[in-house]
Ligand binder design. Structure first.
Ligand SMILES: [Zn+2]
Length: 337
């Protein structure tokens, strides 16, 4: 899910296979007939009312990819739902290294327990699943769920009210009454770690799990640049004036629906907090040592003997974690040089 582009000395072979895969996916998105063919040779990640099917291996979760023949064979034995099965309800999410298409399909019209038994897995809440998976599987499921949800919520044209039709890959929907083409959308959200000299600012909202603190975040308003949003959010939430902004990386975030998280490091002109209690429960400055300690606390920790919760930060799955870690690394290298 983290989308940092790494310009390392990768071989030309890897680059050309990336280009090959990209062109293959482009063809499937643009050409319904090619995509229809790919439906029969591809693999499927399965969902039930937007919860992905996962299997466990020790304490880790993984998402099984089911081949098309296995999928059809198994579903043909399920009484409830099989007459409503349509592979063209699938959405294209990626392809394998050998250019085999990967799709996601929601089997909400089938009985959940029957499917879980037949496919030897459990349909699990995506939030729970992603923290127990490796990043690649988590990203794939997050993308798949976001796309399935988008289609589910865009069945009608918002102008004419007539039904829209999905193309085979699911890269768009068309209203044939007025020709409007709808593309899946994400909302841009900034997440910014504010720092002042050797301290950084972490905050929590009322609804966060106990003890969790993270960087400031907020949706971009229409007409704003990334820098505008950061300046506004920091002023709104903690009453500080941003001095410098440095882009760090981005991440697609599927909860509660698709956002593009744009992560930045920011410095401020002074450090006197004026917290907006309508938005934030608490915000405070943390030293490097305190942040290192918080990074070491597992998510959802138990109460300490004094009745409080230890401070912790979002797990590796979230870009906030990497933003905080980046700041710690930079502080360490500053002090070692
Ligand atoms: Zn329309």
């Amino acid at each position: 899910m983290l989308s940092a582009v790494r310009h390392t000395a990768r071989s030309v072979r890897l680059c050309s296979s990336y280009v090959k895969q990209t062109r293959f996916l482009f063809e499937l998105k643009e050409n319904d007939d090619s995509c229809r063919l790919a439906l029969n040779s591809g693999t499927y990640y399965l969902f039930h009312n937007l919860s992905p099917l996962v299997r466990t291996s020790g304490s880790r979760f993984y998402a099984p990819a089911v081949s098309c023949p296995d999928l059809l064979k198994t579903l043909s034995t399920c009484e409830k739902g099989k007459d409503r099965l349509n592979l063209e309800d699938s959405v294209l999410i990626s392809c394998s290294d050998s250019s085999s298409a990967q799709f996601a399909l929601d089997l909400g019209c089938f009985e959940k327990s029957t499917l879980e038994q037949e496919f030897s897995g459990k349909f699990t809440d995506l939030r729970k699943a992603v923290v127990q998976m490796d990043g690649k599987d988590g990203s794939l499921l997050a993308k798949a769920q976001s796309l399935l949800r988008w289609h589910d919520c865009h069945q009608y044209c918002s102008k004419s009210g007539k039904p829209t039709q999905k193309n085979v890959s699911g890269s768009n929907r068309v209203c044939h009454a007025n020709g409007i083409i709808y593309y899946p959308q994400m909302s841009p959200v900034i997440i910014t770690l504010v720092s002042s000299e050797n301290r950084c600012l972490l905050a929590r909202q009322k609804h966060f799990p106990a003890g969790m603190y993270t960087a400031l975040a907020g949706f971009c308003d229409i007409g704003e640049t990334l820098e505008d949003t950061i300046r506004r959010e920091v002023a709104e939430e903690v009453g500080l004036v941003v001095d410098t902004v440095r882009y760090s990386g981005s991440q697609h975030w599927p909860f509660p629906s698709s956002s593009l998280m744009l992560a930045c490091q920011a410095t401020v002109k002074d450090d006197e907090l004026n917290i907006n209690k309508a938005e934030i429960e608490e915000a405070r400055w943390f030293t490097v040592e305190e942040v290192i300690e918080a990074l070491g606390v597992k998510m959802l920790p138990s109460k300490l003997p004094d009745g409080t919760f230890p401070v912790w930060v979002p797990p590796k799955f979230a870009i906030a974690h990497h933003l905080i870690q980046q700041w710690v690394q930079e502080q360490k290298s500053l002090h070692s040089s």
